[in-house]
Design a protein around this ligand. Structure first.
Ligand code: HEM
Ligand SMILES: CC(C)=CCC/C(C)=C/CC/C(C)=C/COP(=O)(O)OP(=O)(O)O
Length: 301
């Protein structure tokens, strides 16, 4: 195939890939797992399949829309960081107007699906999470305070609540326990990565904790937030929402997480922070899988 023909066939594919990159699909996929588990835990039976489909689609579209807004708002920061400078906007592969139109298209389709095929409360709460991440975290907190990800974490922690409300139409206390777990998990998840990428953030002028308060302080905070997270993960068992299978599973996960937090705190292994970051991703996925398995295995409660 000659060069111009190759471009004709290659370009649409490459452009699709660039637009998909704006959606932060891997992060959104894990968020959707937590939302689906929220839907299942909201009822003793299987939730209505139509609700599961519409809520997953609506939340997924709105989370992807929020991620695309983040790419636009952060384009100058992303251009200065080694981890992010290859993204479509800093590379000039997609311009701001098109990216914003894409974000608007995703978000409007998402909220439409939620309003007409899920319920109004889910639509409003998901809009709140979108505004929380795309505007409050990205445009304000990220640039203003090292507590950015602690406060901004509320938006990322919302999906299990969104899934729960999609099924019940109400905010119930148990759903907030799931939010609390992700909320307490977010600082160790992100700061572990941030220690490794500290110079990147310093160069871009983003006031992340290791930049403003140093690595030692961040390592201590990771350990303290890990203790807090471990305590929050016990609530589902203590309140009777989850049973023994959950308790055993989460204890094993917590032991490993705590081990990583101690290794990071000791600071004598330079690979520990990134290993902890990748473990944190596996941890949150397994925790929600264990919640689900526990929910459907009867008799051990
Ligand atoms: C404000 C809250 C959060 C912050 C600041 C944050 C930060 C980050 C960052 C900077 C990365 C690296 C991304 C990359 O290199 O492309 C990442 C990766 C990831 N995050 Fe988070 N995160 C947050 C919340 C969450 C939540 C709530 C989840 C899921 C429930 C999540 C799941 C993931 C996953 C799955 C990855 C790996 C993506 C990959 O494979 O490239 N994050 N996070
Ligand atoms: C509607 C809804 C549920 C919204 C949630 C949206 C969402 C995709 C949140 C993702 C959280 C995340 C990956 C933050 C990364 O921080 P960053 O943006 O500072 O990281 P970066 O440097 O990799 O861009």
């Amino acid at each position: 195939m000659n060069n111009s023909l190759q471009r004709v066939f290659h370009s649409p594919f490459a452009l699709c890939r660039d637009y998909l990159e704006l959606c932060k699909l891997r992060v959104v996929a894990v968020m959707l797992l937590t939302a689906i588990v929220g839907m299942c835990l909201a009822t003793p039976e299987l939730p209505p399949i139509a609700t599961m489909i519409s809520a997953t689609l609506g939340i997924g579209l709105m989370a992807s829309g929020a991620a695309a807004v983040n790419h636009v708002m952060d384009r100058n920061i992303d251009a200065k960081m080694a981890r992010t400078h290859r993204r479509p906007l800093p590379q000039g592969k997609i311009d701001e107007t098109r990216a914003l139109l894409f974000a608007a298209l995703l978000s409007l389709s998402g909220i439409t699906v939620l309003i007409f095929w899920t319920n109004l409360l889910t639509a409003w709460l998901t809009l709140g999470a979108l505004i929380g991440y795309a505007l409050i975290y990205t445009m304000l907190l990220k640039r203003a305070t090292p507590l950015n990800i602690v406060i901004g974490g509320i938006a990322g922690a919302a999906p299990p609540l969104l899934g729960w409300v999609a099924v019940t139409g109400r905010i119930e206390p148990d759903s907030l326990l799931l939010v609390l777990i992700i909320f307490a998990w977010t600082p160790p998840h992100f700061w572990a990565l941030c220690i490794h990428k500290k110079d990147d953030y310093a160069r871009a002028g983003v006031p992340m904790l290791p930049v403003t308060h140093g690595e030692g302080y961040t390592r201590l905070q990771i350990l303290l937030y890990t203790v807090l997270m471990v305590l929050t993960t016990l609530f589902p068992f203590m309140t009777g929402m989850s049973g023994l299978i959950y308790l055993i599973g989460v204890t094993l996960l917590n032991l490993r997480f705590f081990q990583w937090a101690v290794r990071v705190y000791m600071a004598n292994d330079s690979t520990a922070p990134m290993s902890m970051f990748w473990f944190s991703v596996k941890y949150i996925m397994w925790l929600f899988v264990v919640l689900l398995v526990d929910h459907y295995v009867i008799g051990l409660h």
